[in-house]
Ligand binder design. Structure first.
Ligand code: AMP
Length: 540
């Protein structure tokens, strides 16, 4: 057989050649922007020569600081098709993390939305390698500083000739894109996606027991394009020929539901927090075209999925994965063995994270002994993953390989059981993090800030389930002998030190932080102690 490389130029040329008539819609602050794949492809070609003209290195990192929109999709192709590496920056990171990441990746150029420029610009003097900032004017009224490093996206395209002929990337294992994750302790770590991994991963969303993307679909990725390539949906759509709708900066539940209804979207995907926000107004919109609501990034609760089923007739399609797994690793599509089950039992299956998708291998491992555990739904252990779109290391070897086993599997830090069909049910996490609204809060960083308070002896932060944000942090605090302290004082102390959304929802005073046999904080014991804890002001 021919040894043809699996590279993103194939996805681009296929879309350009076969699906030029299909539409891409972007919601903006002003009028909706409509374009076709043919027009989009022409702009990708201009962007390709623009990157050359600007002197971006042959394998240079091309960063984006953007919402979900058609211009972002142009970069999704122009960077990798010219051999460069698309680096999507998470717009919700703290300033220090952001400048750290840009420097670590040695980004040479950042494409930034005008609405996001005020977040980025104050940091630019700390970004040593960036030569150009290209502003995509999304209609926001943010000031554009007068600086020679700033260029206008539309002007740049207008002044660039379209690249002629076919894009060529010979090595399928070369880097196509990268994304940093803060889902580990320490500094954010870079995960590099290759052309091969990106192409193979995109195919998964076209499989029947996956999202089953087809040419007939109208797909709206709500999951950010800066988060693990929006779960591979944009590349999947280009491969399948689906029409696309991008929500732009307005992520309110009403705006999202309006778009889903207006464009008769058939497939969409986002974190549970998005769907919880949308739930109360679902019935106000005609969502009859919708066939799949993909939900992942955090556990999709049974009650949420059932509420969707009751109101729309379609439950959610639950998926699990992580930045390191590209991200799709499991999907909870119902199988024939579930047919005899009652509706309620099927809902329990859907609340599971699901079965490994083709080409992904999973195993459950006892964290103490390293032994592989049986899939009997009783034994729980860490999930380890292997496959052609699972990371084998972090960029520049960060983390020293601690996250990978000797035989090359990824330690996910998620603890689960699996039934005999391999339907995974996540029960816990070994990583010391809280996932709030789809983004990570480091409990270790929060603890260090709290413990710097002169009256505090020790403190541990744990995640408590939350109806809207899925998880929120609470601080368990031990006050030094002879001292007194109130929750308000602890929170006031933290306020200037951490991002607002990191502030614990509650402070609980305890006698002592429980310890493991080796003297570490036993978060598990604490979590057991606070099981069923009701957060102040929580709805449920
Ligand atoms: P990230 O790399 O930021 O996408 O985060 C990946 C992590 O999010 C996983 O390791 C899990 O801890 C969590 N996660 C993702 N999807 C799910 C899910 N369906 N259910 C529970 N946790 C999830």
């Amino acid at each position: 057989m021919q040894d043809r490389p699996l590279v993103l130029p194939h996805v681009f040329h296929r879309a350009e050649q076969l699906f030029g008539h299909k539409e891409i819609v972007t919601a903006t602050a002003g009028a909706e922007q409509r374009t076709t794949i043919a027009e989009w492809a022409g702009r990708v070609r201009r962007l390709a020569t623009a990157l050359d003209r600007l002197g971006i290195s042959a394998d240079g990192r091309v960063a984006t600081f953007s919402w979900n929109h058609a211009a972002h999709l142009e970069l999704y192709m122009a960077a990798p098709c010219t051999g460069r590496v698309l680096h999507t920056l998470n717009i919700r990171l703290f300033p220090e993390q952001l400048s750290y990441i840009v420097n670590h990746a040695e980004d040479e150029i950042i494409f930034v939305d005008r609405s996001l420029l005020p977040l980025l610009w104050p940091l630019t003097d700390k970004m040593d390698t960036v030569k150009h900032f290209v502003v995509n004017d999304d209609g926001a009224d943010a000031d554009i500083p007068d600086d020679p490093r700033i260029l206008d996206y539309e002007r740049l395209l207008a002044e660039s000739e379209p690249y002629q002929g076919r894009f060529v990337v010979e090595d399928e294992n070369s880097a196509a894109a990268m994304c940093y994750t803060s889902g580990t302790t320490g500094n954010p770590k870079g995960v590099v996606y290759s052309h091969r991994s990106s192409v193979l991963h995109s195919l998964i969303s076209l499989t029947a027991d996956g999202v089953a993307l087809s040419e007939r679909d109208v797909v709206m990725p709500i999951v950010p394009m800066f988060h693990a390539n929006a779960w591979g949906l944009p590349y999947g759509c280009l491969l399948a020929g689906s029409s696309m709708v991008f929500p732009g900066p307005n992520m309110t539940p009403r705006a999202i539901l309006e778009l889903l209804a207006k464009h008769r979207v058939t497939v969409t995907g986002g974190v549970p927090t998005i769907w919880m926000g949308a739930l109360p107004m679902l019935e106000q919109f005609d969502l009859s075209a919708l066939r799949t609501v993909l939900c992942g990034g955090s556990a999709a609760p049974k009650s949420l999925s059932e509420a969707f089923r009751e109101k729309l007739g379609i439950p959610m399609l639950h998926a699990w994965g992580m930045t390191e797994t590209s991200p799709i690793a499991t999907m909870s599509t119902p199988r024939s063995q579930h047919d005899p089950l009652s509706e309620d039992e099927r809902a329990d299956v859907r609340a599971r994270q699901g079965q490994a998708v083709p080409l992904v291998e999973l195993r459950l491992v006892d964290p103490e002994t390293g032994d592989e555990l049986p899939w009997d739904d009783q034994h729980t252990g860490e999930i380890q993953a292997a496959g052609p779109w699972i990371a084998k290391e972090y960029y520049r070897g960060e983390g020293g390989g601690a996250q990978f086993t000797e035989d090359g599997w990824l330690r996910t830090g998620d603890v689960a059981a699996a039934d005999r069909y391999g339907f995974v049910r996540l029960v816990d996490r070994t990583k010391d993090l809280v996932k709030s609204g789809g983004e990570w809060i480091s409990s270790v960083d929060l603890e260090n800030e709290i413990m710097s308070h002169p009256k505090i002896a020790e403190a541990a932060v744990i995640a408590i389930p939350h109806e809207r944000w899925v998880e929120r942090p609470i601080a368990c605090v031990v006050v030094k002998p002879g001292e007194t302290l109130t929750s308000a004082e602890v929170l006031d102390y933290l306020r200037p030190r951490v991002a607002k959304w990191w502030l614990p929802d509650a402070v609980e005073f305890i006698e002592e932080v429980p310890k493991t046999s080796v003297g570490k904080f036993s978060k598990k014991t604490l979590r057991d102690k606070f099981a069923g804890y009701k957060l102040p002001g929580a709805e449920g």
